[in-house]
Design a protein around this ligand. Structure first.
Ligand SMILES: [Zn+2]
Ligand SMILES: [Zn+2]
Length: 140
C-alpha cells in the first residue's frame, strides 16, 4: 500500500490526508467550478468519503452550499477551494487535484461539461468529452 497523499491550501493552514486508490480523475468545465476556482476548468479526483480526513486546520474549514445540492470546502484564511461533494455522488468526495501533494494513481480520463468550456480555453486533447444538462452525457 502506498503512503497517504495530502491536499493542502495555499496558506498551509488547512490540510487533508487522502488514501488511495482514487475512483476516477476528471476535468470539469462547469460554470460553478470555473467561478469557485477562478480557473478555466478544474481537475478533480474522486475518493471514497472514508479516504479523506482533515489533519490540520478544522477551524479554517468553511463549507459553502451551492444552489445545485452540493458543497464546496475552502480555507477561511487563503480561500483555496479543496473539496467538493454533492447529492449526485453519495459517499464520494472530490478533491481538487491542483491542491494535492504527491502522485496520483491515475491520469485524468474524461472531460465533464465539455460543451461549457470557454472560447478562451478550448479543449485540445483527445480524451472523451461529456456534456449536456447533467454534464455527463456523451457528446459527438
Ligand atoms: Zn489556507
Ligand atoms: Zn464542475
Amino acid at each position: 500500500m502506498s503512503a497517504p497523499l495530502t491536499a493542502t491550501c495555499l496558506c498551509g493552514g488547512l490540510q487533508f490526508e487522502l488514501t488511495l486508490p482514487t475512483k476516477w480523475v476528471s476535468h470539469c468545465h462547469c460554470h460553478n467550478c470555473r467561478r469557485a476556482h477562478g480557473a478555466a476548468f478544474v481537475t478533480w479526483a474522486g475518493f471514497l468519503e472514508s479516504s479523506v480526513r482533515c489533519i490540520r486546520g478544522t477551524n479554517k474549514l468553511v463549507r459553502y452550499d451551492t444552489d445545485v445540492q452540493s458543497q464546496r470546502v475552502f480555507c477561511k484564511s487563503c480561500g483555496s477551494t479543496l473539496l467538493f461533494s454533492g447529492e449526485r455522488w453519495p459517499g464520494e468526495i472530490h478533491v481538487a487535484v491542483g491542491t494535492i501533494d504527491g502522485e496520483l494513481d491515475r491520469e485524468p480520463s474524461v472531460h465533464a461539461y465539455a460543451d461549457r468550456a470557454p472560447a478562451w480555453c478550448p479543449i485540445t486533447d483527445t480524451l472523451p468529452r461529456f456534456g449536456g444538462e447533467s454534464g455527463t452525457e456523451p457528446l459527438e
